[in-house]
Design a protein around this ligand. Structure first.
Ligand SMILES: NC(=O)c1ccc[n+]([C@@H]2O[C@H](COP(=O)([O-])OP(=O)(O)OC[C@H]3O[C@@H](n4cnc5c(N)ncnc54)[C@H](O)[C@@H]3O)[C@@H](O)[C@H]2O)c1
Length: 326
């Protein structure tokens, strides 16, 4: 069975491609390499360098392979950049997805798993966050993802394309063998930033120490990238045959504070971080924790590698490799 992986040269998509191939699927990776790296694409996959905004190439890629399902990771991911350049995000993420869906309609490819985000919820009214929590994104990035979820439900209603939107909380860590990991060109995530600070002996900026949390720093729900990709495999195996559309949270239901992250980076690296305390960033909620019980109850998915030491050890092994953080 052949799967199209958009954004498959990126952090999560490259690890997903490897899991798909290991599980016996064929993979066609479609990525424009704006934020991905071709050397992270597994050699067993077919690679197409292409932009989702290139309607003709998207259509001909789907037309020249018999694709059973699409895993749609391709998109721009920076909250900060989306607030400076909203047009770029709506065009790339939303129009790119519409091009993909139109090609799916024409080629009779009827199933898509979409990389959505906890950012669709906005400031949480209750913790842990269930899928039926109101969706009020506080960024253009989150709004672009919510718009895509809504577009997907129309393509289901009108063209019977079934979709599963997975609302990731914080994807973290690297492949368990340390080979593939987070290498965003403009890094904004705390774990790679803290590791880079250790490795480059530069200071780490910690935003906000006066939140209403036990140690005063923000709390987030981190999901190991291997667990996250395994959730896609389970969805692919179960939802594809059941022909249902759904939305699931992907998180652990347990949060770690920024201080806990920094302490664990220090323990695993054996090095002391120089931490510079800064004021809060606007729009950062104090806690974001998933209620993942829907996917656990319906599909039997549970995370296996998402404890903080495993996440940070795998990220540390990855970032220490020559050429990654230096
Ligand atoms: N990393 C996280 O914690 C997180 C959390 C929630 C949701 N997500 C979503 O998961 C997906 C993957 O995230 P990631 O961390 O691997 O990001 P990433 O930037 O490493 O990967 C995204 C890939 O998409 C490609 N891409 C972007 N626009 C494209 C276009 N128009 N045409 C073709 N390719 C394009 C990039 O080159 C990149 O390789 C994204 O859609 C992101 O919004 C990630």
């Amino acid at each position: 069975m052949k799967i199209l992986v958009t954004g498959g040269a990126g952090y999560i998509g490259s690890i997903m491609t490897r899991q798909l191939l290991d599980a016996g699927y064929g993979a066609i990776v479609y990525d424009n390499l704006t934020n991905g790296y071709q050397d992270t694409v597994d050699k067993r996959a077919t690679f197409v360098k292409g932009d989702l905004l290139d309607k003709e190439l998207v259509a001909s890629t789907l037309g020249s392979h018999t694709i059973q399902a699409v895993l749609h990771f391709g998109g721009l991911i920076s909250v900060g950049e989306s607030m400076r350049d909203p047009g770029k995000y709506f065009t790339n993420n939303v129009s790119g997805t519409v091009n993909l869906l139109e090609a799916m309609v024409n080629q009779n490819a009827k199933f898509i798993i979409f990389s959505s985000t906890a950012g669709v919820y906005g400031n949480p009214q209750s913790i842990p966050i269930k899928e039926n929590h109101p969706a009020n994104p506080t960024s253009v990035y989150g709004e672009s993802k919510l718009m895509i979820e809504k577009i997907l439900s129309w393509y289901d209603q009108i063209h019977e394309i079934k979709s599963v939107s997975l609302r990731y909380f914080n994807a973290a860590g690297a492949s368990l063998d340390g080979v593939l990991g987070e290498r965003h060109k403009e890094e904004t995530h705390i774990i790679p930033l803290a590791i880079q600070s250790v490795l480059s002996k530069s200071s780490f900026s910690l935003y906000g120490t006066d939140y209403d949390t036990p140690d005063g720093t923000c709390i987030r729900d981190y999901i190991h990238v291997e667990d996250l990709c395994h959730a896609h495999l389970m969805v692919l195996e179960q939802s594809l045959s059941h022909k249902i559309s759904a939305v699931y949270n992907i998180g652990t239901g347990r949060g770690y504070s920024n201080k806990e992250i920094l302490d664990t980076v220090e323990q695993i690296s054996g090095k002391k971080l120089t931490v510079r305390t800064e004021s809060r960033r606007p729009g950062d909620p104090s806690q974001l924790i998933a209620d993942p019980s829907k996917i656990t109850n319906e599909l039997g998915w549970t995370p296996k590698h998402s404890d903080l030491p495993t996440i940070i050890q795998s990220a540390w092994d990855f970032h220490r490799k020559p050429g990654i953080s230096s």
